[in-house]
Design a protein. Structure first.
Length: 213
């Protein structure tokens, strides 16, 4: 009996965390001695923060649901079919599929940020192409914010290609798979469409703009 009590005394502190090793659902734990919040598994493995709140802010989304979603890494959907119910910016939409909202980042393109010249116009262009419409999303990946990364189609219209053709988006070279998009971008640039009509000083690739801001 004494042995059983001793064993229970050892394992109860672990059970109180709800995870073996004292880790919380995010793969982290408070190191009270050092006064820090340390992560040992999941997307933040090996990182140390001042607090859990700081860790959540560092994910970019700032929500515990997002961190949990990243750590559990559910099976990647290959295709999403639904109606576009929200436009976040020039390259991010929300699709309602079977009463579930799926946030989708358009693959292989990058549009000016909201604070950049042409940022609001890029959002308007995307909205005119997809908002309220039924779309098919061909999923390529899932990013660190939990968004699906996909090529979006409205019927036969390839939305990423059309955004580039209208001069509302850059080809995102870092993640480019369809190299034919480069020719579409070159044609839009030669025709001074959309963002290509901006003065050169204002026409900064969004990936460079983000580094500077």
């Amino acid at each position: 009996m004494k042995s059983l009590i001793f064993i229970l005394a050892l394992i109860m502190p672990l059970l109180s965390f709800g995870h073996i090793g004292g880790l919380d659902p995010y793969g982290c734990r408070n190191n009270r001695k050092a006064g820090v919040y340390q992560c040992h598994s999941g997307v933040n493995s090996g990182k140390t923060y001042a607090s859990k709140d700081e860790m959540l802010r560092a994910t970019g989304a700032g929500s515990s649901d997002t961190v949990l979603q990243q750590n559990t890494k559910p099976a990647l959907l290959k295709e999403i079919n639904g109606k576009v119910v929200a436009i976040a910016d020039g390259d991010t939409i929300t699709v309602l599929m079977d009463n579930t909202q799926c946030k989708i980042r358009l693959a292989e393109i990058d549009t000016p940020e909201r604070a950049q010249p042409y940022g609001s116009k890029a959002k308007e262009t995307l909205s005119s192409l997809v908002f309220g419409k039924a779309v098919i999303a061909k999923v390529q990946d899932r990013d660190r914010y939990g968004r699906y990364v996909a090529r979006i189609y409205v019927g036969d219209l390839d939305v990423s290609r059309e955004m580039v053709r209208q001069g509302a988006a850059w080809v995102y070279r870092q993640y480019l798979k369809d190299k034919s998009l480069l020719a579409v971008e070159a044609e839009a640039k030669a025709a001074n469409r959309g963002l290509w009509a901006l003065p050169e000083a204002q026409n900064i690739p969004p990936w460079d703009w983000r580094k500077a801001h």
